[in-house]
Design a protein around this ligand. Sequence first.
Ligand SMILES: [Zn+2]
Ligand SMILES: [Zn+2]
Length: 258
Amino acid sequence: MFTDSHAHIDGDEFDGDREEVIERAQAAGISLILNVGTGDPHSGAFERAVELGKTHEPVYTAIGTHPHDARLYDDAAEEKIKNLIDNEHVIAWGEIGLDFHYDNSPRDVQVEVFKRQLRAARECDLPIVIHTREAEAETIEILQSEYEGAARRGVFHCFSGSMELANRAIEIGFMISFSGIVTFKKAEELREIAKQVPLDRLLIETDCPYLTPIPYRGKRNEPAYVVEVARTLAGLHGVELEEMGRITSENFNRFFRL
Ligand SMILES: [Zn+2]
Ligand SMILES: [Zn+2]
């Protein structure tokens, strides 16, 4: 039993074979997929993501405005998300955060929109999914100022940060999710960090269609391949593959209160 804690299967990369992708995942033992709806909040993308979750039993949904699209976030977008999360298959607000690598939205706008969505998620009593890239200090600082004392916590998704960020994340009660990056040859440092994350804070994800794990590099990524992420983490922690699948699935269910 495995849980893909972060996938993007509502996108057009999967238009040709979405049903088969979900079937292949189930055949590989993936019993739950958290599909994360992103994109222009006014484009209908969030509605599509919510619809996918409603119509597919193993699929749960998160929606939120990605830092890339922060410049498109406004009152109407916030209202729309609040209305859409009024659905039992929507279990998180995200992905939200800061991406100072691509800078697709101006940094001051990213910061402002991150803060607004943290407040909104808190109002709605939802956990959050965090995307942070080359903005570690800023992310922690904002979480401390805007999210301190919030009843729900969050996930640092596709973790590729420093040991220091991992420690801070653990300290403030957050989960750490590893993607296919942890299987890459050059990711020695990240594997060192993954080894030190306590078992009860670990999640696994594909972030598909991106970041395909070894040995599927070069192919489109899909939820079935999350088993390879579990395999690497199992090796690092000295547990069986199935055990790592069970641990990360139980972590997911406990954290999201399923
Ligand atoms: Zn992300
Ligand atoms: Zn993502």
